[in-house]
Design a protein around this ligand. Structure first.
Ligand code: PEP
Ligand code: MN
Length: 382
């Protein structure tokens, strides 16, 4: 069977089953050496003992590091299975060895087979279907307050709004900068919603940190490695958009930068890729989003607003993402789309929000009824 023919095993309910190492580390089909290894330690492994395992492996000249991903996880570079087995024995730790031949290690599904949870404010992404919505850009106090009220009223979980905008044209509205973030944070507080906003420059990190509940890395910055390294060192979730021409592997390696830096709170967001289509702004690559979900333990959401540029395609594609077993949707709406300073033509009207949420709730109920998905959307406050 060629690699392309291998089935992606991802049930819609429960953890995805992706083959990891056999439970018995001496099992015959486990390689004697591999390019890299993960050691998934049993729950409750004492931190000090885990550190002594890492030290021991480093003492043998191996590249080893401990990560807090779905419990204790030790990542090791190229090594012999026997060295790892002896290390476990010497420290009396019980763990499962996973031979890694993919270029990415920590984002692999078998690093945390049950799937990781990413919390933005009180919302747990990775369980149920979550909604991030708001305007493309924060434009004024009046605008973002109106958007926040509408979002909270419709049952949206996280308010979005760009303050530092990556615009194709230098003459286009560039965002309100820090002032915009202050207005976003204020609107979030007033509506009880956590907020997410895009970071363009690692130099903005410190000033943004107190004002946002999550950082967004935009499509254009997916491979801004200095930005990824800076965010790897931060204890705030990151919404990592896929670059419009990035392969699945490049996208996952961008996420790997964040995890390797120590930030396990990463949400993948597919936002459309370049194709020959001219009828939509980009092309929503739902297939790759589903693959990303199967191959990694990270929650995966889609952004049908930027993918299509057409507000009428947002509700049906959000429903498709829900039915495909993904974790949520990010989309744009605006209290007055015709007056918006950026991405107005793709913004849903506030009046369309309730119908979209209701549609998703019905799809979710039908999927739950069919045993295909657990219900996760909270009741819409009226
Ligand atoms: C956005 O979310 O406003 C945005 C600019 O998205 P992207 O980076 O996907 O183009
Ligand atoms: Mn936008």
């Amino acid at each position: 069977m060629s690699k392309r023919d291998e089935p992606l095993t991802m049930p819609l309910v429960g953890p995805a089953k992706v083959a990891g190492a056999p439970v018995d580390p001496r099992a015959a089909d486990e390689p004697a050496r591999a390019s890299a290894w993960l050691i998934r330690l049993e729950a409750g492994a004492p931190e000090r003992t885990v550190r002594s395992l890492v030290e021991r492996l480093r003492g043998q000249g191996l590249e080893a590091a401990c990560h807090d991903i779905g419990g204790g996880l030790v990542a090791v570079g190229r090594a012999e299975r026997e060295q790892l087995r002896q290390g476990l024995e010497a420290t009396a730790l019980a763990g499962r060895l996973i031979a890694v031949e993919t270029p990415y290690r920590l984002v692999r599904r078998d690093a945390a087979p049950e799937g990781s949870i990413v919390r933005i404010g009180a919302r747990a992404f990775g369980r149920g279907f979550s909604l991030i919505g708001g305007p493309c850009a924060v434009e004024s106090r009046l605008q973002i307050q109106a958007a926040a009220r509408a979002a909270a009223g419709a049952g949206i979980h996280v308010l979005r709004g760009g303050a530092f905008k990556p615009r194709t044209s230098p003459y286009a509205f560039q965002g309100l900068g820090l002032r915009g973030l202050e207005l976003l944070a204020e609107a979030g507080r007033a509506s009880g919603l956590p907020v997410v906003s895009e970071i363009l420059d690692p130099g903005h990190l410190e000033r943004m940190y107190p004002l946002v509940d999550a950082f967004q890395v935009g499509a254009r910055n997916m491979q801004n490695f200095e930005l990824l390294k800076a965010l790897g060192d931060v204890d705030r979730p990151v919404v990592l958009k896929r670059g419009p021409s990035a392969t699945l592997e490049e996208w996952l390696l961008a996420a790997e930068y964040l995890l390797a830096g120590g930030n396990g709170q990463v949400l993948l967001c597919e936002r459309g890729i370049r194709s020959f289509n001219t009828n939509t702004r980009y092309t929503l690559d739902l297939a790759t989003a589903v693959q990303a979900k199967a191959l990694t333990h990270l929650p995966v959401i889609v952004d049908p607003s930027h993918a299509t540029g057409l507000p009428e395609l947002v509700p049906p594609l959000a429903a498709a993402a829900l039915a495909a077993g993904l974790d949520g949707v990010m989309f744009e709406f605006h209290p007055q789309p015709e007056a918006a300073l950026s991405d107005g033509p793709q913004a849903l009207r506030v009046e369309a929000l309730d119908a979209m949420v209701e549609r998703l709730r019905r799809v979710e109920a039908a999927l739950a009824e069919a045993g295909l998905r657990e219900a996760g959307l909270p009741d819409t406050p009226r």
